[in-house]
Ligand binder design. Structure first.
Ligand SMILES: [Mg+2]
Length: 189
């Protein structure tokens, strides 16, 4: 039995009573969890969490109930072009990484090494900025551009291997940042 609000006011408790729109009966043993998906009032960060959960649900049912998955993505803007583009590029760079032997076949990830590789690419970008040199591999490009690109590729490869949802996290963080005050926290930069 799910606790009442009085029994568990800050945790899981019965908040809604679910009925079916077609009037048919609801299985008395069924349990449902309601997500709020609109931004018209309420706690915005909570709505974001609900939408993230819905996004995972749509992904999980994509093969089994594709029409419902696609309707959810369209109605709630879950099919974000940036996320799609990120996943496309991440898949490509991961495949290259695998083809060149840099991904362990047993799926093991050396997390410390992966983070250091990201840091090293940023250092290479700074060195390229210091020397104003063109890139040695792509000489038609500024070195800084290519090394920053390398950094993102390293991040994509790590996110793919570690199954991290970096692209949606970027969108959510930018939305959060948009709501922050001017020079929040009294910081100079
Ligand atoms: Mg590099």
């Amino acid at each position: 039995m799910v606790p009442t609000k009085e029994e568990n006011p800050n945790g899981l408790h019965q908040k809604y009573v679910v009925t079916k729109a077609d009037g048919s009966s609801v299985d008395p043993d069924a349990e449902y969890f309601v997500l709020r998906l609109d931004y018209k009032g309420g706690d915005v960060s909570h709505v974001r969490a609900c939408r993230a959960a819905l996004s995972m649900y749509a992904k999980a049912i994509q093969e089994r109930i594709p029409d419902l998955a696609n309707d959810l993505k369209e109605r709630y803007d879950l099919h974000h072009p940036f996320i799609e583009a990120w996943l496309l590029m991440a898949k490509r760079t991961h495949q290259t990484n695998c083809d060149k032997g840099f991904v362990a076949e047993d799926g093991n990830i050396d997390h410390g090494t992966q983070f250091m590789l990201m840091v090293c690419e940023l250092c290479e970008a700074f060195e390229a900025f210091r020397s104003s040199a063109p890139d040695d591999k792509l000489p038609w490009r500024e070195g800084r551009e290519v090394e920053l690109g390398d950094t993102v590729i390293r991040i994509m490869n790590y996110a793919t291997q570690a199954k991290l949802n970096v692209a949606p996290a970027m969108i959510e963080k930018d939305e959060y940042n948009q709501g922050r005050p001017y020079k929040h926290g009294g910081k100079k930069f």
